[in-house]
Design a protein. Structure first.
Ligand SMILES: [Zn+2]
Ligand SMILES: [Zn+2]
Length: 346
């Protein structure tokens, strides 16, 4: 079968590899759609300590059940299914407390296990054990279902930071994740949603799709003034930084309203994670700054429901549908910020 395998930083090959077969408790999927994520681009550039090469990449995927390993019940060949990205152990103290996405031994598809950038993928027994294989409702396409993974991470971030009715929300970063943040905040009845982005073209493209109440180009250097102006001087109730730029967090404290909340959604570059925060502003305004990482299987299932019900539209976020052979082109598109979401239909 065709597969995209990672060997070392800068070395990803589209090659023919033997088809995997499911062991006991595992399910073999014929992949019908998968999508590229910023994390895949980072692996290609810098590698990952969580990943032993050669490894089939890809943690956003959906397909048809092609074969069942011994002992698997509840699934049949031909069933349509979507797979979680982060795989909790289900047994550690964090998992026991229901915080499965911060499992102390969290693993991931496309990192510890061969992922979805291939014609077939074996879903590990661990995924089934935590209800991480989701049935795709009739009427929902494979490509749409793939978005359940990134949307579940967005949902985790918004649940932790508490986006709700009446909130004035600023989303910083107009990539696919920023777009999903805007749409989920709308679905949660946020009063207003503003989208901030440095790259003017990318901002324009995203704004045309998700229609924020205002699109603010950070290159103009007036984000704080703009947000304060748009909120009658009050500031934002919630700021979500969906970008790897530390300045976004440094700036956010200045346009956050008293008692405002900030989601540090995007990680910063590995070698450059430090920021300089005005701690007095955090102190006097009683700001809350909260991290967000991955998602838990329950959120993934709910994200798929939101997509299927139409509460969060995703199909129009696909800017490029490419064959797996063009994987390197896909990396280029994402790195240049030229598209929104790039998907594969192997
Ligand atoms: Zn991802
Ligand atoms: Zn655990």
């Amino acid at each position: 079968m065709k597969a995209v395998r990672y060997y070392a930083p800068g070395q990803v090959r589209v090659e023919h590899v033997p088809e995997p077969e499911p062991g006991p408790g595992e399910v073999k999927l014929r992949i019908r759609a998968s999508a590229l994520c910023g994390a895949d681009v980072r692996i290609h550039r810098h590698g990952s300590h969580r990943l032993v090469p050669p490894r089939v990449l890809g943690h956003e995927m959906a397909g048809e059940v092609a074969a069942l390993g011994e002992g698997v019940t509840g699934w049949s060949v031909g069933d349509r299914a979507q797979v979680i990205g982060a795989i909790p152990c289900g047994a550690c103290a964090q998992c026991a407390a229901g915080r499965l996405n911060v499992c102390t031994v969290l693993e991931a598809m496309g990192h510890h296990y061969d992922g979805g950038f291939a014609e077939y993928c074996v879903v590990p027994a661990k995924v089934l054990a935590v209800d991480g294989l989701n049935r795709i409702p009739a009427g929902t396409g494979f490509t749409e279902a793939v978005f359940a993974e990134p949307l579940s991470c967005v949902m985790n971030g918004q649940e932790l930071v508490g986006v709700g009715p009446g909130d004035r929300v600023v989303v910083v970063g107009a990539g696919p994740i920023g777009c999903l943040h805007v749409r989920l905040a709308r679905a949660s009845d946020a009063a207003e949603v503003f989208l901030v982005e440095l790259n003017k073209e990318r901002l324009g493209r995203a704004a045309a799709l998700v229609r924020p109440d205002e699109a603010i180009c950070a290159a103009d250097g007036r984000v704080t003034e703009e947000v304060l102006g748009l909120t009658g001087g009050r500031g934002a109730d919630v700021v979500i930084t969906a970008t790897p730029a530390g300045e976004a967090l440094e700036q956010a404290v200045h346009y956050c309203a008293p008692r405002g909340r900030i989601s540090v959604f995007g990680g910063l570059p590995k070698g450059d994670p430090l920021v300089t925060l005005d701690a007095n502003t955090v102190h006097y305004r009683e700001l809350t700054i909260v991290g967000a990482s991955a998602s838990n299987p329950g959120q993934n299932a709910r994200a798929l429901d939101l997509i299927s019900s139409g509460a969060v539209a995703v199909a129009d976020l696909v800017s490029h549908r490419l064959p797996l052979e063009r994987f390197l082109d896909a990396l280029d598109i994402v790195e240049r910020g030229d598209g929104v979401k790039v998907t594969f239909e192997p």
